[in-house]
Design a protein around this ligand. Structure first.
Ligand code: ZN
Length: 645
C-alpha cells in the first residue's frame, strides 16, 4: 500500500469532517420540514393545480395553381367532462346524450367515471358544441380542434396525400410540406383548486396557436379531372390493372396533373377500397392490413420501376445524335431482327422494316436500328448518357418514397445487354425518371426537377417563400435537342404516334409497348409520351396502361386518349392552334354561323343546315328549340341539337 504523506492525511481529515457536517445539517433540515411544516405543504399541494389545455393550430390549406382549395381544415370540437366540477351528473348526461346522439346510460357512465378529464365525443360540429355551451351546465369542457378535409375526395389522392388526426402528414405533399402546413399549437394554463375550479383572481396563461401556412401547387384541378376521367375510362375499356397520366411543363418541371388509378378517398384513407380485400379485412392480421393500405396509397409513377421499352429510344437517339454516330438520312436494313454475339434479337415487326432511314427507323420504332446505335456508342459512352440523364438518381420530386433506376454495372454489360438497352429493355426506371429525361432531351438539354410545390403563402395570401428546384443544364447540346424534337414530330405526323395528331398543333412523341417480366407471361405496359408545341413545348404528357387486355400497342391504346386530353386542355391553357391554309378548310377547323332553324319542319331544317348534322330530340311537326342558338359561330363538323314540339 502506498504511503500517504502527512500533508495529504490532514487534507483528507478536513474533507471527512466537512462531509459529515453537511449530512447532519441535511438530516436536521428534512426532519424539521417533516415535523413542523408537513401539514402546510400537503395542504398547499392539494389546493393548487395547473390545468393545461392545448389550443390546436389550424393546418394550412393546399391550393392548386389557380387557388382552388385541394386540402383544408374544418373547425370541430371535442366534448369532455371534468368529473370534480360536475354538479348534476344526470342533467349533464341528458344534455350530452341528446346533442351528441349517444345512449343516455353510456354517457352517464362516462360522466360518473372518477377520472380528472373524460372525453365524451370528438369531431363534433361547432354549432352542436355551441348549443352545449349555451346550456351552461357545470363540468363540461369544450375544446376546439380541426379536421382535415379534402373537397375533391379521391382527386390526385396519391399526390396530395393526407394528414392524420394529430395534424401530421402521412403521405404525399402533406408529408413533404408538413413543416410549413402544420402550424404551432398553443396552450392555456389555468390555476385551479383541488376540484379543478379556476382560482378566483388567478390569471390564465394563454399562448395562442399559430396557424399553418398555405401551400400553393402547380396542380390544375381542371387538367387533373380531365386526365382522371380519360384514364378511368381507358382502364375500364381495356380491363387493365392500373394506369397513369402525368402532365408536366417540360421547361420548368411544374406538374399540372398526375392521375393514377385505382385511387382512394382522401377523406377516408384507412378504408380499403379493394372489394376482395374488404371482404376478408377483419380476418387479416394488422401487418397485412398495413401492407394492403400501403399498396392502395402507392404512387407507382415514382415508387416503382419498369422496363420503359420504346419511349427509351428518345434517350438512345439523344446519345447517338450527340456522339454523331448516326445522321438523319443514313439508311439501315431491318430483316426482322439483328444477330448480336450469336443471339438473334427480334424486331417487333417479324417480317422486318426493310430499308429505312434513321428518321424512318424512329417512326417505325425499329429495334435493330436502336441496337445498332447502342453498339456503335459502346457501353462506356452509352452509360455516360445514362448518368447525364441521371437514371441512377432520384428525380428529386417533392413526394417521398422515390425509387431509382436499376441497371447493370457497366463492366457487366456485354453486347446483348447493350443492344437491348438501346431499345429500352434490360434497364428499369420509374415513369417519372423517363418523363424528366425526355423533357431534357427536347427542352434544349436542361435536366429539370419535377415538382408540385410552387409557393408558401400566409393566411392572407402573401407570398412567404417561392420554392425553387435545381436545374442541370447542358445534358445534351441545344442543337441536338432541336434535331431530336423534329424527328419526334414526324413520329406523330407520320409514324406510330399518328393517332395523337391534332389539326393545328405540332406534337412530338413516341409510343411504347413494354413486355413485363417474365416475358413468358405475355403481359404488357402500353405507353405514349408526347410534347407540344414542338418548338418551346409547354406540355409533356406520359400515359401508361398496365396490363391492358386485347390490343396492347401504345400507339393504339394510349395515343388517341392523349389526343383527347390535349384537345381539351390546350385551349384551356390558352395554347392556340396554328393552322396551315389547307388545314383551315377542314371541317373540324372551318367555322360556320349557326342557321336559324326555329319554326321549320325537320325536312326544311335538314335542307337549311346542309352538311351540318342535326341531333333530333322530341316529337312534333316543328322545331321549337335549337342548340347552339342561331348566329353563333361553331366548327363546321359540330352538330346542332333541335327539339321538335
Ligand atoms: Zn424493324
Amino acid at each position: 500500500m502506498a504511503r500517504i504523506s502527512g500533508k495529504y492525511r490532514l487534507r483528507l481529515t478536513i474533507l471527512q469532517i466537512g462531509c459529515v457536517t453537511l449530512i447532519l445539517i441535511l438530516i436536521f433540515r428534512v426532519g424539521y420540514i417533516q415535523l413542523f411544516r408537513g401539514d402546510y405543504l400537503t395542504g398547499l399541494a392539494d389546493d393548487l393545480h395547473y390545468r393545461e389545455r392545448t389550443l390546436y393550430a389550424k393546418r394550412g390549406d393546399i391550393l392548386d395553381r389557380n387557388g382552388t382549395v385541394l386540402a383544408t381544415s374544418d373547425s370541430v370540437c371535442s366534448i369532455s367532462v371534468i368529473h370534480n366540477q360536475v354538479e348534476d351528473a344526470e342533467a349533464v348526461a341528458r344534455l350530452l346524450s341528446q346533442e351528441l346522439s349517444m345512449e343516455y346510460e353510456e354517457v352517464l357512465a362516462l360522466v360518473e367515471k372518477k377520472v380528472a378529464l373524460q372525453t365524451i365525443k370528438t369531431r363534433v360540429a361547432p354549432e352542436v358544441a355551441e348549443r352545449i355551451r349555451e346550456a351552461g351546465l357545470a363540468g363540461i369542457q369544450i375544446d376546439e380542434n380541426f379536421k382535415r378535409y379534402y373537397p375533391f375526395g379521391s382527386l390526385a389522392s396519391q399526390t396530395i396525400g393526407f394528414a392524420g388526426s394529430d395534424s401530421q402528414g402521412i403521405i404525399g405533399l402533406e408529408v413533404t410540406y408538413n413543416e410549413y402546413l402544420q402550424g404551432i399549437n398553443g396552450s392555456l394554463l389555468t390555476l385551479t383548486d383541488a376540484k379543478g375550479i379556476r382560482l378566483s383572481g388567478s390569471e390564465e396563461l394563454r399562448k395562442e396557436a399559430t396557424e399553418g401556412n398555405v401551400l400553393q401547387t402547380s396542380l390544375d384541378v381542371v387538367i387533373q379531372q380531365y386526365a382522371e376521367q380519360l384514364l378511368e375510362r381507358t382502364i375500364e375499356q381495356k380491363n387493365a390493372k392500373r394506369g397513369a397520366i402525368i402532365v408536366m411543363n417540360p421547361q420548368n418541371g411544374e406538374i399540372y396533373a398526375m392521375a393514377i388509378k385505382p385511387d382512394f378517398d382522401l377523406n377516408d384513407p384507412f378504408t380499403i377500397n379493394d372489394e376482395t380485400l374488404a371482404a376478408q379485412w377483419d380476418s387479416m392480421d394488422s401487418e397485412s392490413q398495413i401492407e394492403a393500405l400501403n399498396q392502395m396509397w402507392r404512387n407507382f409513377c415514382i415508387n416503382d420501376t419498369y422496363e420503359p421499352g420504346s419511349t427509351f429510344k428518345i434517350i438512345t437517339s439523344a446519345a447517338a445524335l450527340s456522339e454523331k454516330v448516326v445522321s438523319l438520312d443514313e439508311t439501315f436494313q431491318c430483316n426482322g431482327g439483328l444477330t448480336v454475339a450469336d443471339r438473334r434479337i427480334r424486331c417487333h415487326k417479324t417480317g422486318g422494316h426493310g430499308t429505312e432511314t434513321f428518321v424512318q427507323g424512329v417512326q417505325n420504332s425499329c429495334n435493330p436500328v436502336f441496337m445498332t446505335l447502342a453498339l456503335r456508342l459502346g457501353a462506356d459512352t452509352f452509360y455516360k448518357y445514362l448518368k447525364a440523364f441521371e437514371f441512377d438518381k432520384k428525380t428529386g420530386i417533392d413526394i417521398s418514397g422515390e425509387a431509382v433506376g436499376i441497371m447493370y454495372d457497366v463492366e457487366d454489360v456485354g453486347p446483348v445487354e447493350l443492344a437491348t438497352m438501346g431499345f429500352g429493355q434490360s434497364i428499369a426506371i420509374t415513369p417519372m425518371q423517363l418523363l424528366r429525361a425526355a423533357a431534357a432531351a427536347v427542352n434544349g438539354g436542361n435536366l429539370i426537377t419535377p415538382h408540385f410545390g410552387t409557393q408558401v403563402l400566409d393566411q392572407e395570401g402573401n407570398v412567404l417563400k417561392t420554392l425553387e428546384f435545381p436545374v442541370t443544364e447542358g445534358v445534351i447540346d441545344p442543337e441536338v435537342s432541336q434535331t431530336l424534337r423534329q424527328v419526334l414530330e414526324t413520329v406523330v405526323s407520320e409514324g406510330g404516334g399518328s393517332k395523337a395528331a391534332i389539326t393545328g398543333y405540332s406534337i412530338g412523341g413516341k409510343t411504347a409497348t413494354s413486355q413485363k417480366l417474365p416475358r413468358s407471361a405475355k403481359k404488357y405496359i402500353s405507353s405514349f409520351l408526347c410534347f407540344t408545341p414542338v418548338e418551346d413545348a409547354q406540355l409533356m404528357t406520359l400515359m401508361l396502361i398496365d396490363e391492358p387486355e386485347g390490343i396492347y400497342y401504345g400507339g393504339t391504346v394510349c395515343a388517341p386518349v392523349v389526343k383527347e386530353l390535349l384537345e381539351n386542355i390546350l385551349p384551356y391553357l390558352g395554347i392556340e392552334p396554328d393552322y396551315t391554309e389547307e388545314e383551315a378548310l377542314l371541317p373540324e377547323v372551318a367555322q360556320i354561323e349557326v342557321p336559324d332553324l326555329l319554326g321549320m319542319t325537320l325536312a326544311q331544317a335538314r335542307e337549311t343546315a346542309g352538311e351540318t348534322e342535326l341531333d333530333v330530340l322530341g316529337e312534333g311537326e316543328q322545331i321549337i328549340e335549337q342548340f347552339p342558338l342561331p348566329g353563333e359561330t361553331v366548327n363546321m363538323d359540330s352538330k346542332i341539337v333541335v327539339y321538335l314540339g
